[in-house]
Structure formats: structure tokens, C-alpha cells
Design a protein around this ligand. Structure first.
Ligand SMILES: Cc1ncc(COP(=O)(O)O)c(C=O)c1O
Length: 389
């Protein structure tokens, strides 16, 4: 790869403890020092003249940041609004639906727990039904996902909620194919792209979906609390923020741009995050991270004697691998394995309880290198089995 040297060479750009193998970028991201500094500078700018900033300068600055993000994601900035996170965006859209008894919302068995609960809540309070599309895992390809969703669509399906990259199972789902199957039935699609921007080459317009939300604080290096919601223009009039404020009745963006007084610095520092992302390589960073994730996963699977849970074509910068631990397992055992790996071995990696089994999910971001995954391999299958007690 041309350009910057990554791995240990850029570790100092982050505040992460230098002696730790940090293999969980996926959960909460890690913010570079330059982005924290930019955020701090925005805070200072507000405090020098709060009235002028919040009344006159904030909205154009937010719209400029949305414009830059829109360019990155292949859509117009005016169709994008900032929210704190994907959980908030999902609740926003779900509660904007006007549903009644008999209506259905489809979610998948790989969906993020909090979002699936938001689906249940939105259905429960109006008598609608949350319908689960059961996607297998291990899985042998995209078809199984498209079929699982298509199978549960009915005349009463009001929305399909689907992940771009799943959290527990780290699968890149065939969103465009799902959207096409849904469009044929007149069903709108909401994409939970919490891990999309920065990990995948996201072109929202090309997906043919109705709603797309993402977290810039995961793979785009933004400050925590930088989520966004894109809504297809024809659906915007029906979408209202969870907190209704001065912008009600004005326009889609005005309704979201002022949710009341708050710290806007994460959203405003997004341009600094986008610049850092490009400095790390942009598209080349994605390619490098995805290749290293595949290489590290194969190395661990071979060392542990476990089969891949999915074809590599369904993974990007995260891979979920079966934990080499035999016999009876439980979530509590997984928590113990996690804590010991973190505290005794200096390896921060999520241990996941999914489909009644324990899995381990690796992430690859700019600051990671092969040695981080070798540290995990060195614990050994026997070593992991030994953590049972
Ligand atoms: C697929 C998916 N959706 C939603 C979320 C929630 O993100 P947040 O806590 O920023 O709302 C996550 C977080 O890991 C996720 O992986």
C-alpha cells in the first residue's frame, strides 16, 4: 500500500495504552488525538461568544459537516442529519412510523440487541408485531440472508430493519439485494450501518434503501456521539426527532439541527475525523484493514482448529471466530474469558454469546498489526480452555 505506514507506527496518534493488543475497535471506536483536539477547539470557540456561535454560526457549521459527510457517503448533505448514535436514529425512525394492530416490522436474528428492542417497543405500544427473520450462523453465503428476510415479508410489513455489518457475527449483509426484494413488495428498508462508514465503501444512494443510519464514532474516527441519519427525500416529512424543538414544522434538517442546548463539538469535529481518515489512507486503509482481518482470522482458526463461520467474502474489518472451548459453555464463562484475556494477557477482544455458543470477534483498525493477533494466538487453544476455571 502506498502512503502512510500503519500499525505500531500510528499507535501514538491514539490515547490507547501502548502495551495492550486492542482488538475491539468495533464496540466503541478509538478517537485520535487530533480529533479530540479539534473537538476541544470547537468547545472553546463556542465559549468565546456562546450567543453568536449558537444562534448564528452553529447551523451553517453543522450543514458544512453534513455536506462533507454526504459527499463521502454518496448522498446530498441536506438529506442527512446528525444524531448522537445509531440507537437514537433507529428509535427516531421507528417512532415516526404510524402503525396499528396487525402491522409488522421485520428485524433479523443478527440485529443489534438494543435496536431489536427498539423494534419491539415501537410495535408493543401500538399493537403491531415484531417479526424475526432467522438468519443462520455459521452461514454459507448471502443467499441465506436474502431468503430469510424475503420469507417473512407479508402484506402488513411496514418496515424491514437490517444491518450493513452485524455486530455479534461481523457479517457484511447483502443490503442492496435485500432492498431490491423489499422494493418489489413495496416495503421500506432501514439500514443499521453502525459499522458501515469507514469500514465499507458506503454509497447510500446505490443501495436503494429508505433510511440509513451510521456511527461516525466507530470506523470513521469521529468523537463519540457522532451518529447520522439519512432519509430518502420522499420520506422526510414523516420523520421527526425524538425531541421536538424549534425546528418543528420548518424542514427536515432544521428539526434535527437544534435539539436544544447541548455540546455540539462531536458533530462539528467530524471534518477533522474525515481528514484523519484520509490521512490514514481512506480507501487504502479499508483494503488494508479487511485484508489483515482475513489473514488474522485464518491464522487463529488454523491455530485453534476451528472452521470459519462464514465465507470471507461476508467479512470486512471484523471477523467472528468460534472460541476454542469444548463442553458446556455460558455467557458467564465468556465474560470470564474476556476479563482474563484483558487483565492477564493484555488482549482486549470481545467474547460473544450468540446462538448458544461462545465466539470471539477480532477488529482491525489503522493502529493494529499482525503482532496484535499473534499475541492472542500465543494464548493458545489450551490456554483459552484453561480459562474455564
Ligand atoms: C450493528 C450495531 N447497531 C447499533 C449499535 C449501537 O451503536 P450506538 O451505541 O452508538 O448507538 C452498534 C454498536 O456496537 C452496532 O454494532
Amino acid at each position: 500500500m502506498a502512503g502512510v505506514e500503519l500499525g505500531r507506527a500510528v499507535r501514538g496518534e491514539f490515547l490507547l495504552y501502548p502495551d495492550m493488543a486492542f482488538l475491539n475497535h468495533g464496540s466503541f471506536g478509538a478517537v485520535p488525538r487530533v480529533v479530540l483536539a479539534a473537538q476541544d477547539e470547537w468547545r472553546r470557540r463556542v465559549e468565546r461568544q456562546p450567543v453568536r456561535f449558537l444562534v448564528r454560526e452553529l447551523e451553517p457549521a453543522l450543514r458544512a459537516a453534513a455536506g462533507a459527510l454526504g459527499t463521502f457517503l454518496g448522498v446530498a448533505g441536506e438529506d442527512l442529519v446528525f444524531v448522537d448514535n445509531v440507537t437514537m436514529a433507529a428509535n427516531t425512525v421507528l417512532r415516526s412510523l404510524r402503525m396499528g394492530p396487525g402491522d409488522e416490522v421485520v428485524f433479523t436474528s443478527h440485529g443489534y440487541g438494543a435496536v431489536n428492542k427498539a423494534v419491539r417497543f415501537a410495535c408493543d405500544w401500538c399493537g403491531a408485531t415484531a417479526v424475526e427473520a432467522r438468519v443462520p450462523f455459521p452461514i454459507d453465503g448471502d443467499d441465506a440472508v436474502v431468503e430469510a428476510v424475503a420469507e417473512v415479508l407479508t402484506e402488513r410489513t411496514r418496515l424491514v430493519v437490517v444491518d450493513h455489518v452485524t455486530s455479534a457475527t461481523a457479517l457484511v449483509l447483502p443490503v442492496a439485494r435485500i432492498a431490491s426484494a423489499c422494493r418489489a413488495r413495496g416495503v421500506p428498508v432501514f439500514v443499521d450501518g453502525a459499522h458501515g462508514p469507514g469500514m465499507l465503501d458506503v454509497d447510500i444512494a446505490a443501495l436503494g434503501v429508505d433510511y440509513y443510519t451510521g456511527n461516525c464514532h466507530k470506523w470513521l474516527f469521529a468523537a463519540k456521539g457522532t451518529g447520522f441519519l439519512w432519509v430518502a427525500p420522499q420520506r422526510q416529512a414523516a420523520v421527526h426527532p425524538l425531541v421536538v424543538s424549534w425546528g418543528y414544522g420548518e424542514s427536515f434538517t432544521k428539526a434535527f439541527d437544534w435539539p436544544g442546548t447541548k455540546d455540539f463539538s462531536p458533530w462539528l469535529a467530524l471534518t477533522a475525523a474525515l481528514q484523519f481518515y484520509q490521512r490514514m489512507g481512506g480507501a487504502a486503509l479499508r483494503t488494508r484493514n479487511n485484508a489483515l482481518a482475513a489473514e488474522a482470522a485464518t491464522m487463529l482458526e488454523e491455530a485453534w482448529g476451528v472452521a470459519p463461520a462464514a465465507p470471507r467474502t461476508m467479512n470486512a474489518a471484523m471477523v467472528t471466530i468460534a472460541l476454542p472451548i469444548a463442553g458446556e459453555v455460558s455467557k458467564a464463562l465468556g465474560d470470564r474469558v474476556h476479563d482474563t484475556l484483558a487483565d492477564d494477557y493484555g488482549v482486549e477482544v470481545p467474547i460473544i454469546w450468540f446462538a448458544e455458543r461462545l465466539w470471539l470477534r477480532i477488529s482491525v483498525q489503522a493502529y493494529n498489526e499482525r503482532g496484535d493477533y499473534e499475541r492472542l494466538r500465543e494464548v493458545g487453544a489450551a490456554g483459552i480452555e484453561g480459562l474455564r476455571d
